[in-house]
Design a protein around this ligand. Structure first.
Ligand SMILES: NC(=O)c1ccc[n+]([C@@H]2O[C@H](COP(=O)([O-])OP(=O)(O)OC[C@H]3O[C@@H](n4cnc5c(N)ncnc54)[C@H](OP(=O)(O)O)[C@@H]3O)[C@@H](O)[C@H]2O)c1
Length: 319
């Protein structure tokens, strides 16, 4: 494993972090807790030292599994969790409430659930859907930091304008979490807005959905059918025409992966890790074998011939 320092922080993160949404057991079809626990252990064995979770992931279940699997090691690894989402009933609509009171309450609840005294990285889950000024939310995060409840704070899913506003108000903002993959490239526009050309961003960038929810692993040779309980049932990337449009790229990953004897998932995660501005990648996994595949990204990171061969395929497709 390789480790990267999140700019402006003392956090040394493994290049790949384990994403814990699916192990929460909701919205990702069939999930087996025993496999999820084994996946967390596999992550530790492979040198993964950080876990991205959220209160929403299984309404706390992902956190419970992390506590169970990590035991006292939860104090040594870096748990990055989120704040600011409320939901009405377990099947109800989730929405972002970024009022200072809710930020504080939600953080306290995570501290209790994760059995931690301090959260290494607390991230706003998604932008405000009410009328709380960004500055008020940032003040609440700063108060949590000053009170020792969290060490660093970040944002998820913010566009370039509010991100610039947040950086101006709170230059110590540690991170942005954003979707980014061979197929999903909006982040490149945001990056250009927050940095001068060739400048390294002054905040850490944690990219997610690098496997495009499994599409880039090459495991779907034909259009898959997901149960209603799997969010991919309603995801256009797993419907036509999106699925067929991405197929030439997925086929190329499969061919190149076979030649190198690495899984396509490793190529997809490695591509994200190679991109300018990206600090680390969050890769979701439900089973230990998936972790073992995904960490092979580190083996192909600097195989320049491979990237040259893949470049035209990657350039050709966007969803
Ligand atoms: N901040 C936010 O708003 C936000 C939003 C989304 C995600 N995230 C974070 O980012 C993480 C990763 O994103 P994501 O989970 O949506 O997408 P992802 O990492 O692109 O895909 C993960 C899924 O792909 C499948 N998979 C993983 N490794 C595989 C392998 N080697 N071979 C075959 N299949 C494999 C697994 O599902 P199956 O086995 O069911 O196919 C897994 O759950 C999340 O867990 C979460 O921590 C954050």
């Amino acid at each position: 494993m390789k480790y990267r320092t999140l700019p402006g922080t003392d956090l040394q993160l493994s290049a790949i972090g384990m994403g814990c949404w699916a192990i929460g057991g909701k919205w990702w079809g069939k999930v087996d807790d025993r496999q999820s626990l084994a996946a967390i252990h596999a992550a530790l064995d492979h040198g993964i030292n950080w876990f991205d979770t959220a209160p929403l992931y299984g309404h706390g279940h992902a956190d419970e599994l992390l506590v169970e699997a990590l035991g006292n090691r939860r104090h040594d690894v870096i748990i990055a969790t989120k704040v600011g989402v409320r939901w009405r009933g377990l099947e109800g609509h989730a929405y972002s409430d970024l009022t200072p009171d809710h930020i504080i309450e939600d953080c306290e609840a995570s501290l209790r659930r994760l059995r931690l005294d301090t959260i290494p990285l607390l991230q706003v889950h998604w932008p405000c859907e009410r009328d709380t000024p960004l500055e008020a939310t940032l003040e609440a995060l700063m108060a949590l930091r000053d009170g020792g409840k969290i060490r660093h704070f970040g944002l998820c899913n913010y566009g370039s304008q509010p991100l610039l506003q947040a950086l101006a108000y709170a230059p110590e903002l540690a991170s942005l979490q954003t979707p980014y993959s061979m197929l999903r490239r909006e982040f490149e526009y945001a990056l250009r807005q927050v940095t001068a050309p060739d400048e390294v961003p002054r905040l850490g960038v944690l990219v997610y959905e690098t496997l495009c929810r499994g599409l880039l692993t090459g495991k779907f040779p034909s259009l898959p059918r997901f149960p209603e309980s799997d969010l991919r049932h309603r995801d256009d990337r797993f419907r036509e025409p999106g699925f067929s449009r991405s197929k030439p790229l997925v086929d190329a990953l499969r061919v190149v992966g076979n030649k190198l004897n690495v899984p396509p998932a490793a190529l997809a995660a490695a591509w994200a890790l190679r991109q300018p501005g990206v600090s680390v990648a969050i890769v979701g996994a439900k089973r230990p074998e998936q972790i073992a595949d995904n960490v092979q990204a580190l083996d192909v990171l600097f195989r320049e011939k491979v990237w040259k061969a893949l470049a035209p395929h990657i350039a050709r497709v966007r969803l």
